[in-house]
Design a protein around this ligand. Structure first.
Ligand code: 5GP
Ligand code: MN
Length: 327
């Protein structure tokens, strides 16, 4: 165990109150990481608050303990230590969340994004881990923290959703060993998978239909792209979390190496979601050219609009990088 790891353990043991944060538009790994560590700390007798800029998305409301996730309060949050989870940059924690914890002096940053610059006082960034939830599982076991049912299930949701249900290349032997341990601890695999994957609102299927109508394949069949306008979002009453994971549909097209999803946000900015199927094409590198980041095979950007311009700029960069990586 290295020195930082030991220091994190010491901070967790020697402090009494913690506020746990995760990124804007939280996904399963973000909320799962908060619940996993938070309930373990609570079971160890600590005080914990769970804050997320955008609150709990509807698709994760089935998670035990998820009602504890709060949006940032207006008043200052008093806690000994802030722990940022699964969040590549400080800014991605959100303005209101950052303002709420501004008075807390001690920061721990635990993440698996290789683009994370290490903005905490103590940083544990393991880009070899397919999910922040897996890092937390290892910490809970290494530090001898309790593993209550909420944490057990949250770890599974975090890792399952970030690995595309244990499919992506980043899934490791430790991932499967961890899953086996969770099952032995009482995790109900069929039940939890049904809640994650077989319980989508009809809106999401309508959204899929609308997205398919915009599908374009370019770059010699290697780039698949679709887009979502504010107009379509409003017409279908789509919520931000409804598009979670849909990009895997176009990533799966035979011959496609890169999938890119463009979404118009209410403020006119464009959210870009990028997936690569080939380690020679680094999605994080291309996203970083536009101020974004993430992982080699899954990355994203928030950039200026309008849609048509953002789309052309990003797709040109993708095609250039594809040509370079093939050469
Ligand atoms: P998604 O496409 O699922 O939103 O994100 C894929 C990955 O890229 C996630 O790990 C996410 O944290 C990261 N990511 C998405 N958008 C951004 C962004 O605007 N900036 C940075 N730095 N990372 C992002
Ligand atoms: Mn993650």
């Amino acid at each position: 165990m290295n020195e930082t790891y030991a220091q994190i353990r010491q901070w967790l043991e020697s402090h009494e109150s913690f506020v746990l944060l995760s990124h804007v538009r939280p996904d399963g790994d973000a909320i799962g990481s908060q619940l996993a560590l938070g309930f373990a700390l609570e079971a160890a007798g600590k005080k914990v608050r769970f804050i997320n800029e955008d609150g709990l998305p509807e698709n994760l409301a089935f998670m035990a303990g998820s009602e504890r996730i709060e949006t940032p309060p207006d008043e200052a949050v008093v806690a000994d230590v802030v722990i940022a989870l699964d969040t590549a940059t400080r800014q991605r924690l959100g303005e209101k969340a950052l303002a709420a914890v501004a008075g807390c002096g001690k920061w721990i940053n635990i993440d698996h994004h290789k683009s994370n610059p290490g903005y905490g006082d103590l940083n544990w960034i393991d880009s070899g881990s397919p999910a922040t939830g897996q890092i937390l599982y290892q910490m809970i076991r290494a530090f001898g923290l309790p593993l209550p049912a909420e944490s057990r299930d949250a770890i599974y949701v975090a890792v399952s959703t970030d690995t595309g249900s244990f499919q992506y290349a980043g899934t490791t032997a430790e991932t499967y060993e961890m899953a086996a341990d969770l099952v032995r601890c009482g995790l109900e695999v069929g039940k939890i998978n049904a809640l994650i994957y077989d319980n989508h609102p009809m809106r999401r299927v309508e959204l899929m239909r609308a997205l398919l109508n915009t599908l374009e394949v370019r770059g010699k069949g290697q780039v698949a792209t679709w887009l979502l306008s504010q107009q379509t979002m409003q017409a279908l009453g789509v919520r931000p979390e409804d598009s979670e994971g849909l990009i895997d549909i176009i990533r799966a097209i035979q011959g496609v190496i890169v999938a890119v999803f463009f979404e118009e946000l209410p403020d006119g900015k464009i959210r870009v979601s990028m997936r690569s199927k080939d380690l020679r094409f680094d999605a994080c590198k291309v996203c970083a050219m536009f101020g974004g980041g993430g992982h080699s095979l899954a990355a994203g950007i928030r950039m200026a609009g309008p849609m048509a311009e953002a789309r052309e700029r990003v797709l040109s960069a993708v095609e250039e990088e594809l040509a370079a990586s093939a050469g």
